[in-house]
Design a protein around this ligand. Structure first.
Ligand code: ATP
Length: 304
């Protein structure tokens, strides 16, 4: 697998305070990587380091395989765009003027591509309207357009849906999906709300107190949150045989306890097991929702 970003025991201290404590994370090329953690967990700190806004105290990271200590890292950063904290846009300028300004800053030879960028983020109809009169969602989309100037293939968005209304959230989600699918842009998106990213993320990194507690794919998260029936029985071999015959997906969690991943016909299951001399000791529905998964991993108050 090819990785856009890898960190290796990355540490950042602010005076005596350790914001990142040996962070190891891996963002695969083409991913929408949800970087999830409560407020103060260290998400923005990581983003500041990879954007070159601050230096690590210890450890390292690499972008597209280039180490942060390599002098070519600046060149690699040109392939990366970011919206950190608030979008860096000029409020007294129109959307087009903002993009022209960014093109000048980047030293791009002409303004080709600005119209396409405005179309892409759904701001081509804003004409003379200044950014100060935009909704928060429009400002966020303009911030993304500015970050896209120069054609990066890796976009880093820090809490992009913070404060947006439901319509704004849908628009940003759709824009991210479109850029990922049509332009092959890899995303690193920080958020403190797992549910917000769960509809689009392909990978997750969960951060708590500067540590990466868990890194997993969307499929692994789905499996971890799958509804199942947990059954405790006296004869595991009988359960295996019966479930195999019924074509039902299951997993043993201990010698005599298994999770069954689709709703079996309980009467049929009970009778078939009884036939083989196997008793059911207990049977209950398990429902690990996204929220309880989050709380189990990072502790309560995911909106904190
Ligand atoms: P949030 O969603 O609140 O931005 P976060 O996960 O992005 O949370 P960071 O901004 O990375 O968190 O901050 C991590 C910790 O480091 C916090 O406790 C914060 O107070 C501390 N911190 C961040 N920047 C500095 C700084 N320049 N000096 C001292 N402490 C800092």
């Amino acid at each position: 697998m090819e990785f856009v970003l890898k960190t290796n025991n990355l540490v950042k201290r602010y005076g005596g305070f350790t914001a990142l404590s040996g962070l190891n994370m891996n963002v695969p090329k083409g991913a929408i990587y949800g970087f999830i953690g409560k407020n103060g967990a260290g998400k923005t700190t990581l983003i500041r380091l990879i954007c070159g806004l601050q230096n690590p105290t210890a450890g390292s990271f690499n972008l597209y395989g280039t180490e942060n200590s390599d002098r070519n890292i600046a060149k690699c950063r040109k392939r990366m765009g970011a919206v950190v904290e608030t979008p860096s846009i000029y409020l007294n300028m129109t959307a087009e003027e903002n993009l022209k300004q960014q093109y000048l800053v980047l030293g791009l030879p002409n303004y080709d591509g600005i119209k396409e960028l405005l179309d892409l983020v759904g701001l081509s109809d804003t004409g003379k309207k200044k950014a100060k009169n935009f909704s928060l969602g429009m400002r966020q989309r303009l911030g993304i357009a500015v970050a896209l100037a120069g054609n990066p293939d890796f976009l880093v968005l820090d809490e992009p849906i913070n404060g947006l209304d439901p319509q704004g959230i849908v628009e940003i989600r759709e824009l991210i999906l479109k850029l990922n699918r049509e332009k092959n842009i890899t995303f690193l998106i920080s958020s403190h709300i797992l549910d917000e990213l769960s509809r689009i993320a392909t990978h997750y990194g969960f951060i708590d107190k500067g540590f990466l507690v868990k890194e997993m794919s969307a499929e692994e998260l789905d499996n971890a949150c799958r509804k199942c029936i947990r059954v405790e029985i006296t004869k595991p071999e009988a359960l295996t045989q019966v479930l195999d015959e019924m074509g039902i997906d299951y997993k043993f969690v201990s010698d005599n306890v298994a999770d069954i991943y689709s709703k079996p016909n309980v009467t049929q299951l009970t009778l078939s097991l009884a036939d083989k001399g196997c008793e059911i000791i207990s049977l209950k529905e398990q429902d690990e929702s996204l929220e309880s998964f989050y709380i189990g991993l990072l502790g309560g108050e995911n909106n904190a």
